[in-house]
Design a protein around this ligand. Structure first.
Ligand SMILES: Cc1ncc(COP(=O)(O)O)c(C=O)c1O
Length: 427
């Protein structure tokens, strides 16, 4: 850690001093031999667990055969096989095309460029509290913390942010369902009709469940109503499934929970179980940009593709979406029981194994218990549970989708012990 502080860029922040050395399944070990239950999945990447044997074998086999051959200049088969699978598992039974890259931000960047290229329109809509990446394009969409944008202006100027449907802290001060979802009508009445012309709007980029913003789940009728408005004005819907996709919520992609079919889907993180890859999947007719308009060197690397093909196979064969639904329901139940015991837990929400518990100093005022949630996180780390927060004061539960009831219980016991102590101090 001392050497790291000397030579690693200061722009990154570490949650706690976990120096990872190895990982197996739902566990990560540090260099001193301490083992942690991993509720982070290495930042929501290791959906099939650490070093799944099928993934390891596929990586080894592919590395012996072909490690790289620049997909935008030549051909190789693993990329075609993966594209084929992605067109099948993403929502919508229509023909699709896939663009490959190396990260989540690049997948969204590609979606933005494609939306502009296809529609010839310059503007974008995005949400407050969103996180889409760190490149200049995606940073312009991102609005979850000021530090992510501070001193980097000017950004892409053509992005308008609208309030995310965060019912626990409604930006309009309303209550669902009496609000009649003013937040969705607001987009049409106050934004599109007043100052953000739909004729100039290429796409709206959204997280079906807001990740970095605090694991926020919109109400059930939100996305169907939003899609109607977007369709009415010919605005493309881009679903950023980088954190919520690949089975995490119990479906391949979270937007499926609302029966809505986006025009473009971006995926990365869990796609290749830790190898860098991103993919942008669009309706075939949208992906009509000309040769040379967008490309890269490393995208859809053959080793990453081989790993990703195994990830998709494992999620299917081991029924991990079913497990995410089952364990997620149990996790949510346990957290709701804790909420009854400890008023410091203000809200519990999520789908599948993407679950957040928001901490507040007072249930009435809902003042975020930001320091307390950090303290709980640090206590968990010291006792063998790797877990981190999201948003201002939400604990995020994103364990590998292979997790069993026993491991979940073990982790929750550590978590509850920490909550109990911190809640007692607050009283
Ligand atoms: C929803 C979402 N979009 C985009 C990104 C950016 O992905 P990457 O860090 O791979 O660029 C992230 C990363 O946390 C994310 O959660």
């Amino acid at each position: 850690m001392g050497k790291d502080a000397e030579i690693i860029s200061g722009s990154v922040v570490r949650w706690y001093p976990l120096v990872a050395e190895s990982g197996t399944g739902c566990f990560v070990k540090d260099v001193d031999g301490n083992e942690f239950i991993d509720f982070n999945s290495g930042l929501v990447v290791l959906a099939v667990g650490h070093s799944h044997p099928r993934v390891v074998k596929a990586i080894k086999d592919q590395a012996e055969k072909l490690i790289h051959y620049s997909w935008t200049d030549f051909y190789y088969k693993p990329i075609i096989d993966l594209a084929d699978q992605l067109t099948k598992i993403t929502p919508g039974s229509f023909a699709k095309k896939v663009f490959f890259c190396n990260s989540g931000a690049e997948a969204i960047e590609a979606a933005m460029k494609l939306a502009r290229w296809h529609t010839r329109k310059p503007l974008f809509l995005a949400y407050t509290g969103s996180f889409h990446g760190r490149t200049f394009g995606t940073m312009a969409l991102t609005s979850s913390k000021p530090v992510q944008r501070k001193h980097f202006f000017p950004l892409l100027p053509e992005v308008t942010h609208v309030p995310y449907p965060y019912c626990y802290r409604c930006p309009f001060g309303l209550t669902y369902p009496e609000c009649k979802m003013w937040c969705v009508d607001f987009i049409e009445e106050e934004v599109l009709k007043k100052y953000h012309p739909p004729e100039d709007t290429a796409a709206m980029v959204l997280e079906p469940i807001q990740g970095e913003g605090g694991y926020v789940v919109p109400p059930d009728d939100y996305f169907p109503r939003l899609k109607k408005i977007l369709d009415k004005y010919d605005i493309l819907m881009v679903a950023d499934e980088i954190q919520s996709g690949m089975g995490r919520t119990g479906k391949w992609f979270a937007i499926e929970h609302w029966g809505v079919t986006p025009d473009i889907v971006a995926t990365a993180k869990a796609l290749a179980s830790g190898l860098p890859i991103g993919a942008t999947v669009a309706r075939e007719e949208l992906m009509d940009w000309e040769g040379g308009s967008h490309a890269n060197t490393f995208g859809g690397n053959p080793v990453a593709c081989a790993a990703a093909l195994q990830v998709i196979g494992i999620i299917r064969d081991e029924k991990l979406m079913e497990n995410a639904t089952r364990q997620g329901a149990y996790l949510t139940k346990r957290l709701k029981e804790m909420q009854q015991k400890y008023p410091i837990i203000g809200d519990v929400r999520g789908k599948g194994l993407m679950v957040g518990a928001e901490f507040v100093k007072d249930q009435e005022t809902k003042e975020p218990a930001a320091e307390q949630v950090q303290e709980i996180m640090n206590k968990c780390f010291k006792r063998g549970l790797a877990i981190i927060t999201a948003g201002k004061s939400t604990m995020r539960f994103a364990p590998p989708l292979i997790i069993t009831r026993e491991i979940l219980d073990e982790g929750l016991e550590i978590f509850e012990g920490a909550v109990k102590e911190v809640a007692a101090q607050l009283r």
